[in-house]
Design a protein around this ligand. Structure first.
Ligand code: FAD
Length: 423
């Protein structure tokens, strides 16, 4: 690889990078996808448990599924789509959280969302926490839910950015795993795995891409690295690009981690139901009981709670889950819980978080981050998406857009070349 020359180098082999690299390859552009991990997919990652069940440690839900491009890709790959409505859209029979209380909470959540959506684009941005009604009795649980979908508490999250997020409300899943579909979409494109990009030097006409496997040159590059990594590494660009580093810093990755637990007596729970560990605090887990009817619990932790638990590793998550589930369903249940799989995305040096949110006042950083530089440095990745940030389909669409922009630029360059030859 070292010393080679490409038209376009795509940096980062997650949903965005794979989409971009595939589009470029289909257009006949000489492109290379460079990925630091030993696998493709990034934050889309499916593993199999000992029974062969696909477990998504990263993205699992096809959000806005009725418009989500991954649905068609999954079907084309021969995968099965589960269209059961997600547990958070249905009442659960949770102990200690009666149906009337659940309805009251859902109403409070919808009222909060309506207040966020009512904030005009011409008004100054502010923290989403300010859109919670004063004296709201469900404030803590609304905050907990924010840690699940933003990976951060509401006082850290931009209300404007939240209002811009677009969701059709249809959520499906892929039985064989979302991560598996994303990774498989990269089959056939030219990829260099186990190769980290250390610097993009644009001091010459050709870009010089310095990697852990040597330097290559390219006419253009598409950068799809997680925003946290762009923010932390100003030296990635030479000369530096402070507008990119600063925009990325305004879009940190929130934290959400999953722990899968096996259940000894699954029949005691309704298939695909859900409960919160507590309903009176933000520091609580959401527990998906028997996802796909399987004998397991998918536990979900977000925000500061997840960050604190990551300091103690998987054992701290297990202890926390056992404590909360034991409190709800009794010690006999919690004694039978065994960990199956876990990944701490905050400690993962190649993501350093789970999905991006915008800090208050920073919603427009998404546009700044995604803007091309000199028409040869393009940016993609979920953090670049105005309406689909934090999702795998948002990432995919930014990857396609960046590739199209690069192709357009090369189209111009080719016709220029033809004109020069004719003259
Ligand atoms: C726990 C969890 C649950 C989630 N749930 C959902 C969900 O239900 N639905 C949904 O739509 N989304 C969900 N997401 C978010 C979704 O997974 C991401 O938004 C999406 O996968 C991001 O894709 P990306 O291409 O932007 O970034 P990434 O997938 O992070 O891709 C960037 C790639 O760059 C690589 N890289 C890093 N540094 C370097 C370097 N120096 N050189 C080369 N390569 C490098 C990384 O290894 C990575 O592969 C979830 C994420 C997590 C963590």
């Amino acid at each position: 690889m070292s010393g080679e020359n490409f038209q376009v180098v795509v940096i980062g082999g997650g949903a965005a990078g794979i989409a971009a690299a595939r589009r470029l390859a289909e257009a006949g552009v000489a492109a290379l996808l460079i990925e630091a991990r030993e696998r493709l997919g990034g934050r889309a990652w499916t593993i199999a448990d000992s029974s062969g069940f696909a477990l998504d440690l990263g993205c699992g839900w096809l959000h806005s599924a009725d418009q989500n491009p991954w649905v068609e890709i999954a079907l084309a790959q021969g995968c099965a789509i589960d269209r059961t409505p997600p547990p958070w859209t249905r009442p659960s029979d949770q102990t200690g959280f009666p149906a009337s209380e659940q309805a009251s909470f859902v109403e409070a959540l919808m009222s909060f969302r309506a207040r966020v959506d009512a904030i005009g684009e011409d008004e100054p941005d502010r923290a989403a926490a300010t859109a919670v009604k004063p004296n709201e009795r469900w404030r803590a649980l609304i905050d907990a839910v924010s840690t699940f979908y933003s990976g951060a508490e509401l006082d850290r999250v931009s209300a404007r950015d939240l209002a811009r997020y677009d969701d059709s409300g249809v959520n499906w899943r892929i039985i064989e795993g979302y991560g598996r579909v994303v990774a498989a979409h990269g089959l056939g494109v030219a990829v260099e795995l186990n190769c980290a990009v250390e610097r993009i030097d644009r001091r010459s006409k050709q870009l010089r891409i310095e990697t852990t496997k040597g330097a290559i040159s390219a006419e253009a590059a598409i950068v799809t690295l997680p925003s946290t990594l762009i923010a932390e590494r100003p030296e990635l660009f030479l000369p530096s690009l402070p507008e990119k580093t600063n925009a990325a810093a305004g879009l940190p990755l929130g934290l959400a981690d999953k722990l899968f637990l096996s259940l000894e007596n699954p029949e005691q729970f309704e298939k695909g139901s859900r409960c919160f560990g507590h309903t009176d605090r933000a520091r609580t887990g959401a527990y998906h009981l028997r996802p796909f009817g399987r004998p397991m619990i998918e536990a979900f932790f977000g925000g500061e709670l997840a960050a604190d638990l990551e300091l103690g590793g998987e054992g701290a998550f297990l202890d926390f889950a056992v404590e909360e589930l034991g409190g709800l369903f009794g010690r006999q249940l919690s004694r039978g819980l065994k960990p199956i799989a876990f990944h701490g995305w905050g400690a993962d040096p190649l993501s350093r978080g789970s999905y991006s949110y915008a800090l208050p006042g920073m919603a427009d950083c998404r546009a700044t981050l995604s803007a091309p530089v000199e028409d040869r440095l393009f940016f993609a990745g979920e953090a670049c998406s105005r309406e689909g940030y934090s999702t795998a389909h948002g990432a995919y669409l930014t990857g396609l857009a960046a590739a199209d922009r690069a192709i357009e630029t090369f189209g111009l360059a080719k016709s220029d070349l033809a004109r020069t030859a004719q003259a």
